[in-house]
Design a protein around this ligand. Structure first.
Ligand SMILES: Cc1cc2nc3c(=O)[nH]c(=O)nc-3n(C[C@H](O)[C@H](O)[C@H](O)COP(=O)(O)OP(=O)(O)OC[C@H]3O[C@@H](n4cnc5c(N)ncnc54)[C@H](O)[C@@H]3O)c2cc1C
Length: 404
């Protein structure tokens, strides 16, 4: 079922659900809906799902496995250690007995989730650009789709926009999806080879001279290659560009590194539930800005909100709910399941942006002591950890008042 190639005639019918964008949010939404028996069309603008890559590919084991069973085909490395660096002199490294996180092969992972959806009966069309959404409060939505084989307008009872940051589909529905400078970080990343690293350890670098108001990461792809990137709020560059910081870092720490390819992108911050949708349109993943605003991690939450959006549509169909009730259910479940994390990180982000090197050192010392006392890294809830750290570290108390 659903495995034969998509024909243009498939665009002549009326769908129960159209999902725009085959990233983690869109493919998991389509998969969830198809498993419940819905007739689903999934469209993706790019020719190859998951490409071009603009992601450091890190996900916690818990964040992934709640949605998609881990599979060696899309895992580059398993991470059991974490290293924190502040400035040039401070370095702390801890190794844990368990897997804390994974570095995915995102192109393979994204394709894997889309393939799972197709196996459940989803009709998937790549090189298909959703360019115009017409909402109708009393009936189906209509989406203009541009394909390499011609253009079509396709009707659907529900639409899930999982079209990433600055969602065009959300904007066409009247939602303010355009990013403002203080609502995002600009990120630049290189895939580098010819380095010698611990392939089971995440490394983070903080400090005013390294990544002012943000952080720099080195996530291993193997013992000799990594994603090395930096994310900064555009208002904090001090007239310098991201390349300046990343190139300086590589020259100093990995002078022989070879840059295989570069990528860049915007990492949006959570701004509230305004972007979750309206009428029979729901937004999921980066389109709804459901990312962890501190770390900029969005893969797990994209899978999660994709699933919740599809479940809201399934409930609406099964229980014959109107669009107000659809929106209410989606907001409620997002709020119940990830609202606390999203709000906490939103509040914490401006505080971290003000950290000086000493603040980072105090926070890291505290977090490592806490992790040590529990002999585990994976099962500590990050929100509780940061709250404890801010409350328990005297030098951070002045910042805690912004949060607690
Ligand atoms: C440099 C960088 C590093 C990052 N590192 C990490 C990390 O290590 N860990 C982590 O968890 N998160 C990371 N993120 C964030 C993460 O990549 C996103 O949160 C995640 O990809 C969101 O998934 P999504 O499905 O919502 O959107 P996306 O993955 O952006 O997918 C959206 C899809 O929609 C398609 N599309 C867009 N418009 C249309 C249209 N009109 N019609 C049809 N298709 C359309 C796009 O082609 C794309 O395939 C990083 C981001 C950046 C920029």
């Amino acid at each position: 079922m659903g495995r034969e190639p998509m024909e243009m005639s498939d665009l002549n019918k009326h769908y129960q659900l159209i999902v725009v964008g085959a990233g983690p949010a869109g493919s998991n939404a389509a998969l969830t809906a198809a498993r419940a028996g819905l007739d689903v069309l999934l469209i993706e603008r790019d020719a190859e799902i998951g490409q071009p890559l603009a992601c450091a590919e890190a996900v916690t084991l818990e964040g992934l496995s709640g949605f998609i069973p881990p599979n060696p085909s899309f895992i580059s490395t398993e991470l059991r250690g974490i290293e924190f660096n502040v400035g040039d002199a401070y370095c702390r490294k801890r190794t844990f007995g368990e897997t804390l996180g994974l570095i995915l092969d995102r192109p393979v992972f994204d394709r894997h989730v889309a393939d799972m959806a197709v196996k459940e009966g989803v009709r998937l069309l790549t090189q298909a650009y959703g360019r115009g959404l017409e909402m109708n409060p009393k009936g189906p939505a209509r989406l203009d789709i541009v394909t390499t084989r011609g253009n079509r307008t396709v009707a659907a009872d529900y639409v899930i926009a999982a079209d990433g940051v600055e969602s065009l589909i959300g904007r066409q529905a009247g939602l303010e999806t355009e990013l403002k400078l203080d609502q995002c970080e600009s990120a630049l990343q290189y895939r580098v080879s010819n380095i010698d690293i611990d392939q089971h350890c995440f490394s983070f670098y903080f400090g005013l001279n390294i990544a002012p108001g943000g952080y720099l990461w080195l996530f291993p792809k193997s013992a000799n290659s990594a994603n090395v990137g930096i994310g900064l709020n555009p208002t904090r560059f001090h007239g310098l560009d991201l390349r300046h910081f990343l190139d300086n870092f590589l020259e100093k720490r990995f002078p022989g590194a070879k840059i295989e390819f570069r990528s860049c992108g915007q990492v949006p911050k959570f701004i509230g539930f305004e972007l979750l949708g309206r009428e029979n349109l729901l937004l999921a993943g980066d389109a709804a800005r459901t990312l962890d605003s501190v770390a900029g991690a969005g893969i797990a939450k994209a899978l999660h909100t994709g699933q919740l959006a599809a479940q809201a549509v399934i409930s609406a169909i099964e229980k014959k709910l109107d669009n107000n009730e659809l929106q209410k259910i989606y907001r409620q479940t997002v709020n119940e399941q990830i609202g606390r994390d999203l709000r906490f990180c939103r509040a914490a982000y401006p505080v971290f942006r003000k950290f000086n090197d000493r603040d980072w050192e105090s926070l890291i010392d505290f977090l490592l002591k806490l992790a040590e006392s529990r002999k585990t890294g994976a099962s500590i809830d990050p929100v509780s950890m940061v709250k404890l750290a801010l409350a328990g570290t005297p030098s951070l108390l002045r910042l805690a008042r912004h949060l607690l």
